[in-house]
Design a protein around this ligand. Structure first.
Ligand code: FES
Length: 93
């Protein structure tokens, strides 16, 4: 286990996890942001996509130890009130 201070959706979150843990599971199980979904687990489907700084990445294949100081943005971080087009699309609005 190791401690990481992660910048997620504008907040710093401390997690204590194995350094090889994929960001997908850090987000869902440790930070409780369940908007990032599990699909295939092998970087093929895109269900787990987050932004790492300005780049779209598959969080199922991104070890937490590779994030460093980069900012992570999940679907929850696109807007506070759920008005971002991607958030609306997921809700079917
Ligand atoms: S879960 Fe399918 S690309 Fe990550």
């Amino acid at each position: 286990m190791a401690k990481f201070n992660l910048k997620i959706n504008g907040l710093t979150q401390e997690v204590d996890v194995d350094p090889t843990t994929p960001m997908l599971w850090v987000l869902r199980d440790h930070v409780k942001l369940a908007g990032t979904k599990y699909g295939c687990g092998i970087a093929q489907c895109g269900a787990c996509t987050v932004h790492l700084d300005d780049n779209a990445v598959r969080s199922c294949q991104l070890p937490v130890s590779a994030v460093g100081e980069q900012e992570i943005t999940t679907i929850e971080g696109l807007s506070e009130n759920g008005n971002h087009p991607v958030q609306k699309a997921w809700l079917g609005n």
